[in-house]
Every structure is written in structure tokens, then in C-alpha cells.
Design a protein around this ligand. Structure first.
Ligand SMILES: C[S@@+](CC[C@H](N)C(=O)[O-])C[C@H]1O[C@@H](n2cnc3c(N)ncnc32)[C@H](O)[C@@H]1O
Length: 221
């Protein structure tokens, strides 16, 4: 692979099993994940989506220079995507905050009510809220994990609303936390410290709920 992905994007790349007919790199920015997918032919069709025209113009130039094949560019807010009603599709949504992530998942789901694509979701922050939202929307888990890069932890979840395939419910917190692993412990301590600071902030009503669920993860260790 020519495109260098770094640890976080490599983990997301590896979380995409071969076999999808199309993968959508939503909020793609530099498009590195999608470029990696094209170069390795992990999927026959890559859709790049970002709402910033200058980003997409740069990406288009790069793809032309590479002579890449099997891709399409979509310059629009990802909320407005219309998905084709054929083939297996995975929508990757990474590197955006919890509110943008939820708005995009809601928008795409409402615009495409007859399609149940798989999603690979790795929010930049507030995974507690995203997990709760996915649970409320009836998603189930196909696979999940966490990757650490430059001292920060990034959870990822591959999920679907097709509960015949994604039979495991979304848990909150994730099932993989192990406070005996130093990276896990440091990450959980950071989340908990932040939530404790938010306890008196009326705009952060979730802090108390989150602490009730996350603080026990550090106990007994
Ligand atoms: C930090 S980059 C994330 C890049 C890549 N997904 C990653 O994980 O490294 C965020 C990108 O999301 C795009 N973006 C934010 N909100 C969007 C939306 N509603 N629809 C489409 N693109 C959006 C921005 O233009 C920006 O390029």
C-alpha cells in the first residue's frame, strides 16, 4: 500500500473485512482510508464523501494522478446521501464528534429507509453518547475494538440495524475494557476525570450517568 495510514487508520482499515461490494468513506478529508482500500482492492468500489469542495478537488486530482479506478466522489453533507439499493455496503464514519456522527447516521437512515448498510463508526469524542444513541436506534454489534495513537484512545464499532446478522446488542461501556492494561486504565481515568469535572455543568447532564457506568471499570484493580 502506498498510502501511509498511521495506527488509528490502520486499525479502521483492518476492521473492514473484504467482501463488501462498496465502502463509503464519509467525512473523508484527505481520503487516506479510501485510498488505502482502493490500492489494496479490498473492495471493488470506494465512495469518497466530504462537504468541503476544495478538499474534494484535491482528492480528485490525486486520484487522477494515481490513475485510480473504481471510485466516486460526492461533495455534499453526508446527511444527504442517497444509497443505491443494491449490493452490500459499509459506511465508514470516523474522526467527527458525537453530534455530527449522530446527525449523519440519522440523516442517512431516514433518507434510505429500505436499506440497512453496515457502519464502521469511530467518533472523535463522547463515545458514551454515540453508544447510547446506537443502542436506542436498534443497532447491533458485528465487531468492535479500540486503538491507541499518540496517547489517545479511539473506539470503533462495526454495526448494523439488521439484527439477524448483528445479534449482539450495543453495550455501554464497551465490553473490551480491562483496567489491568495500562493504556486502557489511563484512557478510562482520563474519561472519568473529565466527567467528574462536568458534574456541575448543566449543559453536560450525561456526566453522572456516565460515571455510574464507567467508574466500576476501575474498581477491584
Ligand atoms: C477530522 S476529518 C476526519 C477525516 C477521516 N475520516 C479520519 O478519520 O481521519 C473531518 C472531516 O469531516 C468533514 N465533515 C464534517 N461534517 C461533515 C458532514 N456533515 N458531511 C460531510 N463531511 C463532513 C470535514 O469537512 C472534514 O474533512
Amino acid at each position: 500500500m502506498k498510502t501511509r495510514l498511521g495506527k488509528r487508520l490502520t486499525a479502521l482499515f483492518e476492521a473492514i473485512p473484504p467482501g463488501y461490494d462498496a465502502v463509503w468513506d464519509l467525512c473523508c478529508d484527505h481520503g487516506r482510508l479510501g485510498l488505502g482500500l482502493l490500492e489494496t482492492q479490498r473492495t471493488p468500489q470506494v465512495h469518497f464523501v466530504d462537504q468541503i469542495p476544495s478538499i474534494m478537488a484535491d482528492l480528485q486530482d490525486r486520484l487522477k494522478r494515481y490513475g485510480a479506478k473504481g471510485y466516486q466522489l460526492h461533495t455534499l453533507p453526508a446527511e444527504q446521501l442517497n444509497l443505491p439499493n443494491q449490493g452490500t455496503q459499509l459506511l465508514v464514519l470516523a474522526g467527527v464528534g458525537d453530534e455530527v456522527a449522530q446527525a449523519i447516521i440519522t440523516g442517512v437512515t431516514q433518507r434510505n429507509p429500505t436499506i440497512q448498510p453496515d457502519w464502521l463508526i469511530s467518533p472523535a469524542n463522547k463515545v458514551f453518547q454515540v453508544r447510547r444513541y446506537l443502542h436506542q436506534q436498534g443497532f447491533g454489534v458485528l465487531d468492535e475494538g479500540v486503538v491507541f495513537e499518540n496517547g489517545r484512545g479511539y473506539e470503533w464499532l462495526r454495526v448494523s440495524q439488521n439484527r439477524e446478522r448483528a445479534i449482539n446488542p450495543i453495550s455501554n461501556p464497551a465490553p473490551f475494557w480491562n483496567a489491568q492494561v495500562p493504556e486502557h486504565r489511563a484512557h478510562l481515568q482520563k474519561l472519568i476525570k473529565h466527567a467528574r469535572k462536568q458534574l456541575n455543568n448543566p449543559k453536560e447532564q450525561d456526566a453522572r450517568f456516565m460515571l455510574e457506568l464507567y467508574e466500576p471499570l476501575l474498581e477491584n484493580h
